[in-house]
Ligand binder design. Sequence first.
Ligand code: NAD
Length: 370
Amino acid sequence: MASNRKLLVLPGDGIGVEVMRQVHRVVDWFDKRRTVSFDVKEGLVGGAAIDKHGWPIDDATMDVAMNSDATLFGAVGGPKWDGLPFEKKPERGLLRLRKDMDLFANLRPALVFDALADASSLKRELVSGLDILILRELTGGVYFGEPRGVSTLPDGQKKAVDTQVYTTSEIQRIARVAFELARKRGNKVHSVEKSNVMHTGVLWREVVTATHKAEFADVKLEHMLADNCNMQLVRNPKQFDVIVTDNLFGDMLSDCAAMLTGSLGMLPSASLGAPDATGRRKALYEPVHGSAPDIAGKDMANPMATLLSFAMMLRYSFDLPADADLVEQAAKNVLAKGIRTRDIAMPGETPVSTTQMGDALLAELDKLAA
Ligand code: NAD
């Protein structure tokens, strides 16, 4: 069936290839059962691309990514390529995708499935039913600001400098994404900075407040200092819906929130660019985990993070919320039945394989769609 939903799949290396196989099965399922079809292209990235082309991603694949509605990425890297120079490392493929597509908005949901609430480092009652979204500014701030570097002072000491920089438009565009996402969820945004000690924090708060007043007054907005947010995430995480913050604080807070959910194999993510004239945003969806060389090739990896990334793609790139809900509900049902890969299995439970987890998800999709 012809489709205008252009999807590029980049499995990458290690378990990236294995988990992506399960996504293809779900794409086929949608094609057959839901008449939702995708024009799917597949490409090489990371070590697999280095082996074939000598580079972690080639220009032809970049062109396809730039012209796709969404790119679904597995994972890259592995011991085979560890010794390569920095510019040729597998991870450079991912960095090029993020940079060339100008993906400034990184979405990291922290969703606790009831069946896995005991895997969290917090008590069940604090995390059961948790569904928060950390929105991190990804292309600005202290990781990119100039001046930066290490110099030697006249007295022989060294001096290292990093610079935190944000402009009005950089803050405005991430704030807009936060408010738009909140409207599709719990309608509440916490904007997080350090306006008590940082000039960028003062500007951040001013711009978010003005953007809210001018365009999103229907969404509830609260401001919170980053250190307090960190504490609140482990004290009472369910108070949050969408948290929007800068690159550095987002890096810290999203990892903290991730741990509330218990397992790396369950964490999806999305990175979005600016909307074009038609409103379409470039978008990259990927699990948070890496290529897991320790279990690669053994059919042991948990495919849920990648399947949930696919669900995010349905929601945010293709505006198919009912279909995204369907995949997420199928994942919940699978877990509720105690079907688990090794990383999330409880003591005494027999883990299933990657393929069996895919089988179980498809069976649940069948039931839900019946
Ligand atoms: P990793 O995420 O690959 O693995 C960490 C641990 O978690 C391992 O024990 C692994 O077996 C387990 N794990 C990860 N995902 C899992 C899943 N889906 N199911 C079951 N268990 C899972 O991180 P690492 O070991 O630090 O890195 C391995 C390689 O991946 C390195 O080459 C690293 O550079 C690369 N990496 C790539 C990305 C990416 O492509 N986005 C991210 C992180 C690391």
